[in-house]
Design a protein around this ligand. Structure first.
Ligand SMILES: [Zn+2]
Length: 247
C-alpha cells in the first residue's frame, strides 16, 4: 500500500473525528498538503465531513482549482486552505470550521480568545480576528476566492489559528493530528473561558512560559499524541483505518 493510501485514510479519519467531536457539521472541512507535491493539497469534494470516504478526496492546486479533470462539486471555501498553504510552506494541514463556541470571540472585542486550559495551549498565544468586511465590504461572509483567502492568510500570519468574524475559524498545523487536536480543543478552551468570565474576576490566561513548556513537550507521533488520535478515531467509528507512522 502506497503512502498516499495512508494519507487518504488519515484524511478520512480527520473528517470523521471533526464531525464526531462537533467541530464541523454539514459544513467545515479539513485538508492536507500533498506529500509528493507541495503545490497541491488534498481535501474532500463538497460533502459533509461525517460522510467522507477515500473516494471523495480531490486534489487541488494552490490556486484552489482542481488538478486534472475533476467534475464533482468542490467546497466553496476551499480558498481558505489554498491561501494558507500558499502563504505558509511549513503548514501541512488546515481546518476551517464554524464551531459555535468560538463565535462570540470573533464578534465581541471585549475578551480575546487565548489559551486558558492546558489542552488549549497549542492554539498559541495570539489568535487574531479576521473581519472580511474590512477589505471586502458587504459579502455573504464566505471565503469564495483567492483574494479573500490571501487576506485571511495575511491576518493569520505566523499564528496557528485565526477567528473569522461572525463565521468561524481557520487553523493551520504542521501535521494532520496537530491541526485536528487544535480544532477539537479550541472550542473547549472557548467554553472554559466563557464560563470563567461568567464567574467574574480576573481571567488567568496561560502564560507564555506555560505555552512554551507545553510546546516543548509536544511530538506529533509520541504515545501521548497518538493516544488522542486513536481514541477519537475509534469513537468516530473509523478505528479500522488507523495506521501508525514510524515515530
Ligand atoms: Zn466557512
Amino acid at each position: 500500500m502506497s503512502n498516499l493510501d495512508s494519507i487518504f485514510r488519515d484524511l478520512v479519519i480527520a473528517n470523521r473525528i471533526l464531525a464526531t467531536e462537533e467541530v464541523v457539521d454539514a459544513y467545515g472541512h479539513v485538508s492536507i498538503r500533498h506529500p509528493d507535491n507541495p503545490n497541491h493539497f488534498l481535501i474532500a469534494r463538497s460533502l459533509a465531513p461525517d460522510l467522507v470516504t477515500a473516494d471523495d478526496i480531490v486534489e487541488l492546486g494552490l490556486d484552489g482549482q482542481p488538478v486534472g479533470n475533476e467534475k464533482r462539486t468542490l467546497y466553496l471555501e476551499r480558498f481558505v486552505h489554498a491561501a494558507i498553504f500558499e502563504a505558509r510552506p511549513e503548514v501541512t494541514a488546515v481546518v476551517h470550521a464554524h464551531a459555535e463556541d468560538i463565535l462570540p470571540f470573533g464578534i465581541a472585542d471585549a475578551t480575546r480568545l487565548r489559551p486558558v486550559i492546558h489542552s488549549g495551549s497549542f492554539v498559541g498565544s495570539e489568535v487574531p480576528v479576521w473581519d472580511i468586511a474590512d477589505n471586502f465590504g458587504d459579502t455573504n461572509l464566505l471565503v469564495t476566492n483567492m483574494e479573500q483567502g490571501r487576506d485571511l492568510a495575511k491576518c493569520l500570519g505566523g499564528n496557528n489559528v485565526a477567528l473569522m468574524r461572525g463565521h468561524g475559524f481557520a487553523a493551520a498545523g504542521r501535521s494532520l493530528i496537530e491541526v485536528v487536536r487544535m480544532s477539537v480543543y479550541l472550542p473547549r478552551n472557548a467554553r472554559a473561558l466563557l464560563r470563567a468570565k461568567q464567574l467574574g474576576g480576573r481571567i488567568r490566561y496561560l502564560s507564555q512560559g506555560e505555552i512554551d513548556a507545553r510546546n516543548r513537550g509536544y511530538s506529533p507521533y509520541s504515545t501521548e499524541t497518538w493516544r488522542a488520535w486513536e481514541y477519537w478515531a475509534n469513537k468516530a467509528g473509523v478505528g479500522d483505518l488507523l495506521s501508525r507512522p514510524e515515530a
